[in-house]
Design a protein around this ligand. Structure first.
Ligand code: AMP
Ligand code: ZN
Ligand code: ZN
Length: 407
């Protein structure tokens, strides 16, 4: 009799636990370059709805450099770029001895460039199915490092197709259905770069992306999954206006030295040919240090979390917000640009901050908080997926748990 009771109790515990584990679906949406204050323009009814009925942070602080690949990968790994390896959109990797560029498919899929564990890898090890309709780091050539279902990046894929793809995964038989799906949209970044943050084109793209949330909600309702799905909307960074007046030709300044220059715009990396060149370059840049900051790797300020890796180049230049560091080749391009937008600057600069909105069964209702950090999203997702997060991360669940109902 007593044994029967014990067994019954055990079965109840197991089934309650299983129900809890199977409870929610989670959709992580990225709106590239959607600045923290775009939702204040009064043109985003769906974000407004989430603000009223879910949670919302005043801003989402990205990692430095405030670029697309480093930050998308920080969101899914919970690591600073110095620890996950994707330190920029364009960088030289001394491990592979090759350049990494986001337009180079072989580099983008090469697992050697990625030294973090993305949430889908952590989930897979613990038997949880995931999917990705685009996300930096989701296409690696090793099966176990990818989500169970994924799409290869296609910049021109219609946004409606992406939403349809997400919903199709949720139509799979229960035991094949992913518990986490990521999806990515570029419009606010693309038009922000081209036309600047106050352009009609950016206004249009803000409205377009907001309307996709409504379409996703409708789709979830028609699948009867709206009440069991957490929808989290983030951006990787913000955007600030740049122009052809605030430019600094670094290559010209360094004309008497031997070096390689990598990247341009808000951030530039210098690889001096010799130790002699190294000090010469540094001294030259230091002597004219105006509207930018120059650092040896060893003196990069601690708060940027961007010095503890040998992948980080020997000399780093960071422009003041709105300024652009350029090479000779780019003079023409900048001369032809009267106003545009860019990002990559110091992550303390508020224009570089993005958005965080979330709604669903696990989130509080009508709750707004201040700034949160994007590295904390990985442990948040782990909690939502009922998995144990990777222990070796920079993110902290304690800094974000208050957004959840049960905390
Ligand atoms: P950024 O230069 O930092 O503004 O990067 C934005 C660009 O990254 C977008 O316009 C896309 O072309 C590109 N991008 C975003 N996600 C991916 C991806 N998963 N694979 C390849 N390229 C991507
Ligand atoms: Zn971006
Ligand atoms: Zn961009």
């Amino acid at each position: 009799m007593f044994r029967k009771k014990i067994i019954l109790l055990f079965l109840i515990i197991v089934s309650v636990n299983l129900t809890a584990q199977q409870k929610s679906y989670n959709i992580l949406i990225s709106f590239d370059g959607f600045r923290w204050d775009y939702p204040n323009r009064g043109i985003t009814p769906n974000l407004e709805f989430i603000k009223q009925h879910g949670v919302h942070a005043n801003s989402l602080k990205p990692c430095f450099p405030t670029k697309t690949f480093p930050n998308h990968y920080s969101i899914v790994t919970g690591l600073y770029p110095q620890n996950h390896g994707i330190i920029a959109n364009t960088f030289y990797n001394p491990i592979t001895e090759k350049m990494y560029r986001i337009g180079d498919t072989a580099a983008v899929r090469d697992p050697q460039n990625y030294t973090g564990e993305a949430i889908w890898e952590t989930a897979k090890r613990q038997g949880v199915i995931t999917a990705s309709y685009f996300w930096p780091g989701s296409e690696l050539t090793l099966d176990y490092r990818r989500p169970d279902y994924y799409e290869k990046y296609d910049h021109n894929r219609a946004y409606s197709k992406r939403i349809e793809g997400v919903l199709n995964w949720l139509k799979l038989p229960f035991n094949q259905r992913p518990k986490l799906i990521t999806v990515y949209f570029d419009a606010t970044d693309t038009y922000g770069h081209k036309f600047g943050t106050n352009s009609p084109e950016v206004t249009q793209s803000i409205m377009q992306l907001d309307s996709l949330i409504g379409k996703l909600f409708d789709g979830l309702k028609s699948l009867n999954l709206y009440d069991s799905t957490n929808v989290i909307i983030v951006s990787d960074h913000g955007m600030t206006d740049v122009d052809n007046v605030r430019i600094i030709n670094i290559e010209e300044m360094l004309s008497g030295t031997k070096q390689k220059i990598v990247d341009s715009g808000p951030v530039m990396y210098i690889f001096p040919d010799t130790d002699d060149d190294k000090s010469k370059i540094y001294n030259l840049l230091k002597a004219s240090e105006k509207n930018y900051k120059v650092y040896y790797r060893e003196e990069i300020p601690e708060y940027l979390n961007f010095s503890k890796s040998f992948i980080i180049p020997p000399i780093l230049i960071i422009a003041e917000p709105g300024w652009s560091l350029i090479t000779n080749r780019e003079v023409k391009k900048y001369n032809n640009m009267s106003v545009g937008g860019n990002h990559g600057y110091d992550n303390n600069y508020i224009d570089m901050h993005g958005i965080f909105f979330a709604i669903g069964p696990d989130f509080k209702n009508g709750y707004t908080c201040g700034t949160i950090q994007n590295i904390d999203i990985n442990p948040l997702l782990a909690e939502l997926l009922h998995i144990i997060p990777n222990q070796n991360i920079d993110g902290k669940f304690e800094r974000i748990e208050f957004l959840l109902k049960n905390y």
